[in-house]
Design a binder for this molecule. Structure first.
Ligand SMILES: NC(=O)C1=CN([C@@H]2O[C@H](COP(=O)(O)OP(=O)(O)OC[C@H]3O[C@@H](n4cnc5c(N)ncnc54)[C@H](O)[C@@H]3O)[C@@H](O)[C@H]2O)C=CC1
Ligand SMILES: O=P(O)(O)OC[C@H]1O[C@](O)(CO)[C@@H](O)[C@@H]1O
Length: 383
């Protein structure tokens, strides 16, 4: 079986590539990073280290790569013959891979009109559907009809913390042992991809919202408040009692939302939350606050991990999401010269002020009650 995966980065190599390899797929990585592609083609294997009290090293073999920018022709050919296509490139990059994927599908319709599933493994709601929309822009009406029949874009929730790598080995990747990969079954075309480790579900919504609004929302607390209070790593920030208190508050707020929306058992949800806090504290995973806080504009998006649960909390409980509003305020104060979006956000704040900058990036309507709630916490933090 041949899998083609866009993005040979942390999650591509440390999670998706590993699981697909363990399920018997040959892995072809498409990436624009020439050094990583060269290293994959030279070594044809890499190591994944599960970082916990007991370290476990797993070898991933049968891997190779194509630079999808300089060698798009060959990449399209492999896409046209793939048994499974996956992607972990970041939500903002999905439009950039859609043209090449569409070209692969066009060739497939001519030569091998068999079902294929394309799974976007990004930290976002409806990632595969968003990718599908972009791909369809490159297809004719006839090709879209064929795609409707043959190509599945099942949405997915992926959960594994893979920090920036510091070992100096370009391909080796250290990851936490925990993982969860949940895929929407009804959107599958043909046979379910036989990937050991995927859980297929009928309704993905509770899973993706639970994961995004607990793991990812929770992680923003040590990231942005950690940066605000001068910490470099997530571990350091997690040892700060003030941050721990806000984290507990944030997860109480998102927990109330999730339990109301999806009727989770509250004791089970509390256990899920405790486990996640333990994962943030894993002393064997060394993660920088700047990695977890990367792309602050995306993270303030209306459907993303902060604004969405904060708005839902207001709507469902009528109460102010004081803790979520505090983290949003910390995002508005976030500075990191090495992060394009952080620079852009601070420029926007300078030009328009905090309130208008927040309204613009969150797309909240004028008069939305979350805006004054955030401004109140911002004023407290700036005192
Ligand atoms: N690192 C983590 O712990 C987790 C990350 N994710 C999600 O996975 C996605 C990727 O994240 P990471 O692996 O951490 O990022 P990363 O930056 O390590 O990997 C992204 C890869 O995509 C490549 N890329 C960029 N533009 C491309 C293009 N046009 N065509 C092909 N490849 C391209 C980059 O060169 C890089 O190798 C994000 O959506 C993230 O939210 C999800 C769960 C966990
Ligand atoms: O990958 P993103 O969306 O930038 O956000 C970082 C978040 O994703 C993770 O990398 C994995 O879920 C977390 O470490 C963190 O919560």
């Amino acid at each position: 079986m041949q899998a083609v995966h866009f993005g040979a980065g942390n999650i591509g190599r440390g999670f998706i590539g590993l699981l697909l390899n363990q399920s018997g797929y040959n892995m072809l990585f498409l990436d624009v990073n020439e050094s990583v592609i060269n290293a994959l083609n030279e070594k044809k294997e890499y190591e994944v280290t599960l970082s916990a009290t007991e370290r476990e090293v797993i070898r991933v073999d049968n891997v190779w790569g194509i630079n999808s920018m300089s060698n798009a022709e060959e990449a399209a050919e492999f896409l046209s013959k793939a048994d499974l296509v996956t992607a972990a490139v970041g939500p903002n990059v999905l439009p950039a891979i859609s043209g090449l994927l569409a070209e692969g599908l066009k060739r497939r319709f001519q030569n091998r009109p068999e079902p294929l599933n394309v799974i976007a493994c990004e930290n976002m709601i409806n990632g595969s559907s968003v990718l599908k929309e972009h791909v369809y822009k490159h297809l004719s009406v006839e090709e879209r009809n064929m795609a409707d029949e043959l190509i599945g874009f099942p949405n997915a929730a992926v959960d594994r913390i893979v920090p920036d790598q510091r070992s100096g080995d370009l391909l080796g990747v250290a990851v936490e042992p925990y993982y969860e990969w949940v895929v929407e079954q009804p959107a599958i075309k043909g046979q379910r991809p036989p990937v050991k480790g995927i859980t297929y579900v009928d309704d993905l919504n509770p899973y993706i919202e639970r994961k995004l609004f607990t793991v990812n929302t929770g992680h923003t607390v040590p990231a942005y408040l950690g940066r605000y209070r001068g910490h470099q790593t997530i571990n350091e920030a997690m040892d700060d009692e003030g941050i721990e208190r806000i984290l507990q508050g944030v997860l109480r707020e998102t927990g109330e939302v999730l339990i109301q929306l999806h009727h989770f058992d509250s004791a089970q949800h509390e256990a899920y939350t405790r486990k996640i806090i333990g994962r943030f504290r894993n002393p064997y995973v060394s993660d920088f606050v700047t990695r977890v806080g990367r792309s602050p504009i995306r993270k303030l998006g209306s459907n993303d991990r902060l604004v969405r649960p904060a708005s839902l909390y207001l709507q469902l409980t009528g109460k102010e999401p004081v803790n979520l509003a505090t983290v949003i305020a910390a995002v508005l104060l976030y500075e990191n010269d090495e992060d394009d979006e952080a620079r852009e956000l601070q420029k926007l704040v300078k030009e328009k002020g905090y309130e208008d900058a927040f309204r613009q990036v969150s797309e909240l309507p004028v008069g939305d009650p979350l805006i004054p709630a955030v401004m109140k916490q911002l004023a407290n933090m700036k005192k």
